[in-house]
Design a protein around this ligand. Sequence first.
Ligand code: NAG
Length: 216
Amino acid sequence: MANQFLLLALLATTTFAIATAFEPSPLQDFCVADPANPARVNGLVCLDPKLATAVHFSFKGIHLPGNTSNPLGSKVTPVNVVQIPGLNTLGISLARIDYAPYGVVPPHTHPRATEILTVLEGSLYVGFVTSNPNNQLISKVLNTGDVFVFPVGLVHFQKNVGYGNTISISALSSQNPGVNTIANAVFGSNPAIESDVLAKAFQVDKSIISHLQTQF
Ligand SMILES: *[C@@H]1O[C@H](CO)[C@@H](O)[C@H](O)[C@H]1NC(C)=O
């Protein structure tokens, strides 16, 4: 009997943990985000469902290549709750990424989403790094039709290693995955992190830190 209670208690805690670790399940059919509403909630406020139309659930133009003429040689076209207000509370989104030859999506994390990436055309070197203390790099070269997963919160990157342009499409397990680009966060924060902190963290001279800070 005692064992059964223990098992039940364990089950209840795990279920609760799963329910709170990620986005809560919707409590209605949908909750189209209403950007005009000034209320602040965990997510976005729902538009009156009677006012919802197909426009709130659709996006046009994912077939169009992004402009990769920038220093990274890559362009992300996001399709999340910002572009499709009907995604609010549904825990899913998309992104198209275009890569010029040698184009890179620099190391970054999505604080709220696991990402599953498919190469539509070309070749990508991709990888993610596990947390401390192992910091194991799990990486692979992907070709057209290959799929790869970046687990939630882990630092990951992509590089075009094909002969021409590469295109990938990702699904993400949040309507608002968030992006934290490591270099921008560390060297381009506003205001800047004191260079003493970064000099010690990276074990280099402060002049190197200043140089890196001027890049962002
Ligand atoms: C792509 O971006 C570059 C740099 O911002 C710009 O000069 C160029 O006109 C853009 N090309 C297109 C087709 O929009």
